[in-house]
Design a protein around this ligand. Sequence first.
Ligand code: SF4
Length: 459
Amino acid sequence: MQEVYEKFLSESESKAFNLAHRKTIAFNISRYDASVKKGKLQYSNLDLAKKRAGIIKHKVLENLENYLKEFDLNISSRGVKVIWALDAIEARKAVVEILEKHHVKLVVKSKSMITEEIGLVECLEKNGIEAIETDLGEYIVQISNDRPYHIVTPVMHRSAKDVAEIFNQKFGLPIDSTPEEITAFVREKLRDKFLKAGAGISGANFIIADPGAVGLTENEGNGVMSTTFPEVHIAIAGIEKMIPTLNDLDLFWPLLSTHGTGQKVTAYNSIFTGPRQKGEANGPRFMYVILLDNGRSNVLAQIPQRRALSCIRCGACLNGCPIYRNIGGHAYGTVYSGPIGSVITPHLQGMEIYKHLSYASSLCGKCSEVCPVGIDLHSQLLNNRNYSVVNNLVPSIEKRGMKIWKIAMKNRWMLDLPPSNVKNFFVKKLFGKTWGKRRTLPVVSKKTFGKLWKELSEK
Ligand code: SF4
């Protein structure tokens, strides 16, 4: 537990003071900001759209069990096998069993954070199954043994020059290759994999109760190819990805693309309702949907924090967050980073291990302001803090400190009594190693406020 926290502190510090890293992030986020500003112009009333999306997601979460059953019933009727996975272990096991059943040795994967969440690629490798990332960003992450930096833009921390260097080292491409040349090279390299793969694995941006479908949105077309070329398609979806009907995509797809990348709508939007049906020429012969809980029920059980499950993973709160902009995605040490990651990770992976993330916030409210489904993220961070105090998860030294602070604040004379040099000693002792490390600590005045006030009043 303590190691996770200390690693977070040291990584945050090293990233926050790495000027090259900050420069790359600032540049990439400034481009994002500019295109989102333009993208939002498509709305005559964005607030209303956000409100409607928030209400729909609220309705879904209040009736999630029924929507999930409806989804299962509807999509199963067209030959899809739905598997309910309680945790990452069950989900990985289900995938391996499906692949073994169909004798699959090569898998093409479209971009999906949920497969990162369950550690799927590593698991497949251990089972002798090759899994190739087909999203360009994820492909770069894979060939450079990196981790996704951001839930929408996995290589946000890399400049065009960094990427060219990776391809130079890995494949001998010219060091000054342009993004277009690199894209063409990857496209050529992946074409063969799409044709040879026995299965395609995708996530799901949305699962749709009526008529029972999986919605996928992406910009490169690799998702379409991963899910339609191979004989088997496995979609892994978090149970919270539910929306009630197809019509709701009309609202959610543009909201997701505008807040994710600034586009009016993403380039490729697919709706999968099942495997190839009689008389159809294309598409997989077998389709599986794995519905993953993996701690989401824990969030659902917390009524104030339940709203966090409305997230459509657009990444806007990450890009807006002053903490994320400084420490970047890797410092969090989690699959989901930024404000939404800080809210949900403690519930998904253990509050006692990840509670510190809820404290790593300036509570400025920018995350809540930019969220397209109106999640009050900064309040959720406070709810998590409250949860960890109520459930006795804060260190005893902090509890004692708060008790003393409360008594002192309620009794003015206690604050006034010690001389200023004693107070300065304690300020240094208590905060010197944390706040004082890079800042000049405040010096307590020789005269207390009460004394100054009295003197002024007597003048
Ligand atoms: S919490 Fe809101 S802003 Fe953040 S990723 Fe989810 S939908 Fe986007």
